[in-house]
Ligand binder design. Structure first.
Ligand SMILES: NC(=O)c1ccc[n+]([C@@H]2O[C@H](COP(=O)([O-])OP(=O)(O)OC[C@H]3O[C@@H](n4cnc5c(N)ncnc54)[C@H](OP(=O)(O)O)[C@@H]3O)[C@@H](O)[C@H]2O)c1
Length: 113
């Protein structure tokens, strides 16, 4: 393309390891990956005990965990919230830090528990 895309915006499914192939393509082409439907597209996976366990240990909510995970993966998380309260809580996830083991659990949550 004469003008290279700077962003790719995709519905982001845990079952594709959070769109791993497209995120890789973005990295190779200097495009920023933006994920949407992080919560609604992954309702089943996000109910798993592995997610609840990490959220409990970090003292955060499941959405905060998901948004922080997405940031640490290198994507720009989008949210469909219409709630100022939820938006404020989600932004507080910048203060969280998932360790490498947490990241692996969430990345593979569709395959595990
Ligand atoms: N950017 C795009 O290209 C694109 C694509 C698809 C859809 N959309 C639009 O985005 C909206 C929903 O998209 P989505 O499903 O992709 O969004 P999402 O961020 O996966 O989920 C948003 C839904 O989760 C609820 N929620 C509960 N706790 C939340 C929290 N702490 N933080 C954020 N959300 C929380 C929201 O309710 P509350 O409002 O009560 O927080 C809302 O119903 C729709 O209006 C849709 O039309 C945009």
């Amino acid at each position: 393309a004469e003008i290279k895309p700077a962003f790719v915006q995709n519905r982001c499914y845990a079952r594709s390891q959070w769109d791993a192939q497209i995120r890789q393509l973005c990295r190779e082409n200097d495009a920023l990956y933006q994920g949407f439907s992080l919560l609604t597209a992954n309702a089943t996976e996000l109910q798993k005990p592995g997610i609840a366990g990490i959220a409990k240990r970090l003292g955060c909510t499941m959405p905060q965990l998901v948004f922080r995970f997405a940031l640490q993966l290198g994507m720009m998380p989008l949210t469909g919230t219409s709630s100022e309260k939820h938006m404020g809580a989600d932004l507080a996830s910048y203060g969280l830090e998932l360790n490498p083991s947490d990241m692996a659990v969430v990345e593979q949550i569709a395959l595990g528990n």
